[in-house]
Design a protein around this ligand. Structure first.
Ligand code: AMP
Length: 112
């Protein structure tokens, strides 16, 4: 099981902010911004580089869920950033696709 599957299974605690049949969202344990939420598919896709055409609906659901959580947490007006790290050079550390929702402070560009 991936670390995030263990969170889905409630084997590891997390501060869950949203759940439905396909998606779970929870606060990052090491937040990089005042709001830092991870949005994951319950079904494991290891990384975006391995996503398949048949994953399209689920990928769209992740983005729309992230948008809605951002709105619920008051980020719509000030803005927010969505990040997907893929592979070593992308900075991925957990091989279970996740969308980072970051907000509550200005973001810099380019990212490090
Ligand atoms: P990434 O580096 O893009 O793979 O992101 C993995 C993220 O998972 C990092 O931001 C970590 O802080 C976060 N993380 C690792 N373990 C946990 C956990 N038990 N609960 C919540 N977030 C976690």
């Amino acid at each position: 099981m991936t670390l995030f599957e263990k969170i889905v299974a409630r084997e590891i605690p997390a501060k869950i902010v949203f759940e439905d049949d396909e998606v779970l969202a929870f606060h990052d344990v090491n937040p990089q911004a005042p709001v830092h939420v991870l949005v994951i598919p319950k079904r494991v896709i290891p990384r975006i580089a391995e996503a398949q055409p048949g994953d399209g609906a689920l990928l769209g659901r992740l983005l729309l869920t992230a948008k809605q959580i951002g709105a619920d947490l008051g980020l719509s007006e000030t803005g927010f950033r969505l990040v997907i790290n893929s592979g070593h050079n992308g900075g991925e550390t957990v091989p279970h696709l996740h969308v980072h929702l970051l907000g509550g402070r200005p973001m810099h560009w380019p990212p490090g």
